[in-house]
Each structure stands twice: as C-alpha cells, then as structure tokens.
Design a protein. Structure first.
Ligand code: NAD
Ligand code: TYD
Length: 349
C-alpha cells in the first residue's frame, strides 16, 4: 500500500482532496497532517474519519524536529502539500505567519523528503499553489505556465517563494515533483473570510456585503470539487518536474458575481427580488489589490483531459444550498475569534 501524506487536509480544499483520495483509493493509506489553525476544521471530514485507510495527525509543518520524526515514523511515498496560510487580507495584516508556514514549512517538508527518501523512484512531492504568483493582468491576456512570476501581496510572494524552492529541490536533489497553480476556488467548507462565503453569510443575516473599491476586480472562479479532481489527475498522471495551471474559464468582476449571488439567494430565501442587492456596500479598497487573474488551462486539458464540470450558476447554487443547510457549521466558525477579525477588518456592521 502506498502511503500518501496530505498536508492541510482539514482546510477548505484539503478536505475535498482528502475525501476524494480516501474514498476513491482504498489501496492508498492517507495521512492528513494539519496543525488546525483557525482555518482547519475536523468537522469537514466527519464522513471519512473512521475509514480504515485514513488517519489524522495534528502537527505543525514549521516544526522541523517534528517533521523529521514524522517522516521517520511513517513510510511516506507521496505528498500532496496544501497546508498554508491562504488569505490575502491576513497576509497584509501579518506577513510573518505566511513566511513561516508557506516558506519555512514547505522547506521543512522538502528537507524531510530529501532525508528520508533514499530511493527517489516511486516518490512524488506535489505542491498546490495559486495563480496569484503570476501577478496581476490588465483587461487582456491569460496566465500560462510560462508567465514570469510577479507576486504582489505577502501571500502570493510567499507562495511564489515556495514554488521556487520546490523546483530548486527538484533540480538540485532530484526530488520528483509536480506543481499546480490554480485560480480562485469556491464551494462547501470554505472559511467565511473569503468573498463568496462571507457574502452568503452576510446576505443570510441581512448584513451589508463589503465590496472592495469599485468591485471591478476580476477573478476566475473554479468549483472546489473540480479542483480536487484536477489534483487527483495530476497526482496520478502528471509528468515529473512539470507545472499545470488550473482555471475555471470563468471570469467575473466582483460586483457582477455578487449580483448573481444576490439573485440566487433571493430565490432560495424567497425574498422579494432585489432585497439582497440592497446590502451591497462599497468599502475601502484592499492595499495593492490585484486587478485581474485569468488562467490558460489548455495544458491540463490537452495532456490530462481535465476540464471543469460545472457552470458557475450550477456551482454557486450548490454552494448556496450547502451553506443554507449547514448554518450550524457557519455559526460555530463565526463565533469566537472570527468575530474580532471581522470587526477589525470591516467595522462592526
Ligand atoms: P485554508 O486556509 O482553508 O486551509 C489551510 C489548512 O492548512 C488549514 O486546515 C490549516 O489548519 C492548515 N495549516 C496552516 N498552517 C499550517 C501549519 N503550519 N502546519 C500544518 N497545517 C497548517 O486554505 P485553502 O483555501 O484550502 O488552500 C489550500 C492550498 O491551496 C493553499 O496552499 C493555497 O495556497 C492553495 N490555493 C488556494 C486557492 C483558493 O482559492 N482557496 C486557490 C489556489 C491555491
Ligand atoms: P478573496 O476571496 O479574498 O480571494 P483572493 O483575494 O485570493 O482573490 O477575494 C476575492 C475578490 O473579492 C478579491 O478581488 C477581493 C474581493 N473582496 C471584496 O471585495 N470584499 C471582501 O470582503 C473580500 C473578502 C474580498
């Protein structure tokens, strides 16, 4: 049996990847290593927690001694590395946490692989990254795998740095690696600091929806299970040393996205049309706010046959339904420490 280490498996994307690998691959033993920061939540995994090919271990990838011991304890063949600090606004407020987890944590993992993998054949380190490493686009063009790196937030700079280190360990020490850089994800289990779940929660409670600047910034949105599917395919069939861009072919200006979401929410909540849109509030722009991200994902489509399976309307509707059915999940997350984060970021609206 292959032993696969998933880092950050209690987070948003990681929980979908862990579920897919545990349920779809009984021949693989999945270890989920997560330090359970504010963004980690074992409730995301209750349906797989008792599976015989699944094991959760609490641990911090920044702890070098722990990581070395961990690799000495478990016979790890593959790593899908998702553990990270992931929110741009938090990186603006507190960059050091991003340097520690995203850069130092990734190097600790790479060192542990390098030290414990005497034979590199059959091993793989898969680094999950973001399209934000490529910087910001104007109104034209798409990021390809050849686009020069130009990260502009502490978050994207830390992810760019970890991408470079993964490639450096591949070239220098021969560690087999693959990388993927994905656009904005949305879907069940996303922490409500991110735009879509934040807006869903605020609409539900008739609170204002904060839109940074004029709402003209563009993101390319991908349903999280489509991302998890791409990750599974790259893990199984990706070429050693190669990078794959993953995108939704689904660009939306923030304001248009929020208007669509408001329409879906009015319908689901049986509110008079236009009620939710009335909650839109333009607030101070994010510092250094990247204008537009958009991905050319033709490599993964051509080479691995992957493409998104849902339209945005389908994905958003599923997402809204999930949040409406899981209000307790949201209530637990938004009470406590999150409340002070929210008030600090947005004021007590
Ligand atoms: P998330 O913030 O929801 O989850 C991150 C997880 O990592 C949490 O469970 C947290 O507890 C864990 N973690 C954080 N620091 C850790 C540490 N030091 N040691 C061990 N575990 C730690 O993030 P997400 O949105 O699921 O993103 C997962 C990965 O995908 C990240 O690497 C992110 O950069 C990348 N990514 C995210 C998106 C997106 O739209 N969310 C898009 C492209 C790439
Ligand atoms: P976010 O979900 O934080 O993802 P990222 O910054 O990684 O793209 O933000 C998505 C877009 O929405 C981004 O342009 C910033 C904007 N935004 C708002 O307008 N208001 C908000 O409250 C948040 C969290 C984001």
């Amino acid at each position: 049996m292959t032993t696969l280490l998933i880092t950050g498996g209690a987070g948003f994307i990681g929980s979908h990847v862990a579920r897919k690998m545990v349920l779809g691959h009984p021949e693989i033993h999945v270890l989920n290593l997560d330090s359970l920061t504010y963004a980690g939540n074992l409730e995301n995994l209750t349906d797989i927690e008792n599976r015989s090919n699944y094991q959760f271990i609490k641990g911090d990838i920044v702890d070098e001694a722990f990581m070395e011991k961990f690799f000495a304890t478990y016979p790890i063949d593959g790593v899908i590395h998702l553990a990270a600090e992931s929110h741009v606004d938090r990186s603006i407020a507190n960059p050091m946490a991003f340097i520690n987890t995203n850069i130092v944590g990734t190097v600790n993992l790479l060192n542990a692989c390098r030290n414990s993998w005497k034979e590199m054949k059959g091993k793989l380190f898969y680094h999950i990254s973001t399209d934000e490493v490529y910087g910001s686009l104007g109104s034209e063009g798409l990021f390809t795998e050849e686009t020069a790196y130009d990260p502009r937030s502490p978050y994207s700079a830390s992810k760019a740095s970890s991408d470079h280190l993964v490639r450096a360990y591949h070239h220098t020490y021969g560690i087999p690696v693959v990388l993927s850089n994905c656009s904005n994800n949305y879907g069940p289990n996303q922490f409500p600091e991110k735009l879509i779940p934040l807006a869903i929660n605020n609409i539900l409670h008739m609170k204002s929806i904060p839109i940074y600047g004029k709402g003209e910034n563009v993101r390319d949105w991908l349903y999280v299970e489509d991302h998890a599917e791409a990750i599974e395919q790259i893990f199984q069939n990706g070429i050693n040393g190669r990078t794959y861009n993953i995108g939704g072919l689904n660009e939306w200006q923030n304001i248009e996205l929020i208007r669509l979401l408001c329409r879906i929410m009015d319908e689901k909540l049986e509110r008079t049309s236009g009620t939710s849109e009335g909650l839109i509030t333009f607030v101070k722009d994010r510092a250094g706010h990247d204008l537009r991200y958009a991905i050319d994902s033709s490599r993964i489509e051509d080479e691995l046959g992957w493409k998104p399976s849902l339209t945005f309307e389908q994905g958003l509707t599923r997402t809204v339904e999930w949040y409406l059915e899981n209000q307790e999940w949201m209530r637990r997350i938004t009470s406590g420490a999150y409340q002070s984060y929210y008030n600090n970021q947005y004021g007590d609206r």
